[in-house]
Design a binder for this molecule. Structure first.
Ligand SMILES: NC(=O)c1ccc[n+]([C@@H]2O[C@H](COP(=O)([O-])OP(=O)(O)OC[C@H]3O[C@@H](n4cnc5c(N)ncnc54)[C@H](OP(=O)(O)O)[C@@H]3O)[C@@H](O)[C@H]2O)c1
Length: 329
């Protein structure tokens, strides 16, 4: 029998990506695609070029008939709907930030809200697939990582696993404007984004920094500068770390050996946004700088795929023990 699945927030940028991929997944039946503002329409009427998926309201979703619910909602709304799904014994894969931080105090500090269900924060598995795969098997609640954290943490994971990451990490990250979602805002108008490169939340103010610090653990500090790039989708993080000793290319290649969605480029090649556009890949390149004592890692993902919908589906595949690439190639 097929896995019965719903998407809440199907009309958003990440929801749309998920609709497309779930509709071509052989083991999944997309039972409901729910939204707030376009009930009764089909997705292609809301976002032209999308599949003609029928849209319903969130209230029409009957969680008792579902196996898995994907939440593509803003934070706070996500936790409310996630709780209903969890109480009906659904598996929940949340793309928002509502289950990513393990401490309710930190959640309040970063998001300015008391978490309505703080006990869920300990239950959730942080869904950085390549790092937490064993924990994801059969997980009921999966917190899909943010897009910036996915690009940064995957770029650092081989060093972290070897205990080679220490001191200050600098992350200079560019995102396509779709990272901000589909709601209207002056800063994200075409006239403001086109032919521009705009840093924002400079100086450690971005919410994703707390998530990254949590996952990097003690002994590592992070300076993070996110920027909006003049494109719709894509993400590129330049990471600057203390240069470790050893065969760095070998360390990265062996950490990611056999991974279907991570590519470490050969020495001399440079990762770019074009390497990953519209794919679930993370492509990285390594640039040792012995004279300055630094290693530069360039890490590329598509923010809407590996940074959101693609990794969420990869996590469902892992949770269910299916082929990890199903619906993603
Ligand atoms: N965009 C990215 O690159 C990215 C990457 C990783 C994680 N995320 C996270 O994933 C989640 C979705 O992001 P997105 O970019 O896809 O957002 P989006 O384009 O703004 O879409 C949001 C979706 O949620 C619905 N919605 C908005 N407010 C709601 C509310 N109060 N109650 C119920 N439904 C509501 C919208 O419905 P209507 O359209 O019908 O109003 C829409 O379907 C966010 O938490 C975001 O932080 C996004």
């Amino acid at each position: 029998m097929k896995e019965r699945v719903a998407i809440l927030g199907a009309t958003g940028y990440s929801g749309r990506e998920l609709v497309e991929r779930l509709r071509r997944h052989s083991r999944v039946e997309l039972v409901r695609a729910a939204c707030r503002s376009h009930v009764g329409k089909t997705l292609d009427q809301v976002q032209p070029g999308s599949p003609p998926q029928q849209l319903c309201s969130l209230d029409e979703v009957n969680f008792s008939e579902l196996d898995t619910v994907f939440l593509c909602l803003p934070h706070a709304a996500s936790a409310e709907w996630g709780e209903r799904a969890l109480l009906a014994d659904c598996r929940v894969i949340d793309l928002s930030a509502d289950y990513r931080l393990r401490s309710p105090e930190l959640y309040k500090q970063v998001y300015g809200l008391d978490h309505p269900y703080p006990e869920r924060l300990q239950q959730a598995v942080y869904g950085l697939t390549e790092v937490n795969r064993p924990l994801l098997r059969d997980a009921q609640l999966i917190a899909n990582p943010g897009c910036y954290p996915t690009s940064v943490l995957l770029g650092l994971a081989p060093l972290q696993a070897q205990g080679l990451l220490k001191g200050l990490v600098m992350a200079d990250s560019k995102s396509g404007v779709s990272g901000a979602g589909r709601s209207a805002s002056l800063a994200n108008l075409h006239g403001e984004v086109a032919e521009n490169l705009r840093p924002y939340a400079v100086g450690n103010q971005h919410r994703h920094r707390s998530e990254m610090l949590q996952e990097l653990g003690s002994g590592v500090d992070l300076l993070f500068v996110p920027q909006v790039a003049p494109c719709f989708r894509g993400m590129l993080s330049n990471l600057y770390v203390e240069l470790p000793e050893g065969d760095l290319h070998g360390i990265y290649a062996s950490f990611y050996a056999g991974e279907p969605f991570v590519t470490v480029l050969p020495p001399g090649e440079v990762a770019s946004m074009a390497h990953t556009r519209q794919t679930n890949l993370c492509v990285m390149s390594l640039h040792p700088m012995p004279e300055q004592g630094k290693l530069i890692v360039v890490s590329s993902i598509d923010n809407l795929v590996k940074g959101a919908a693609g990794q969420a589906l990869q996590n469902l595949n892992v949770a269910r023990g299916w082929s990890e690439t199903e619906g993603l190639l």
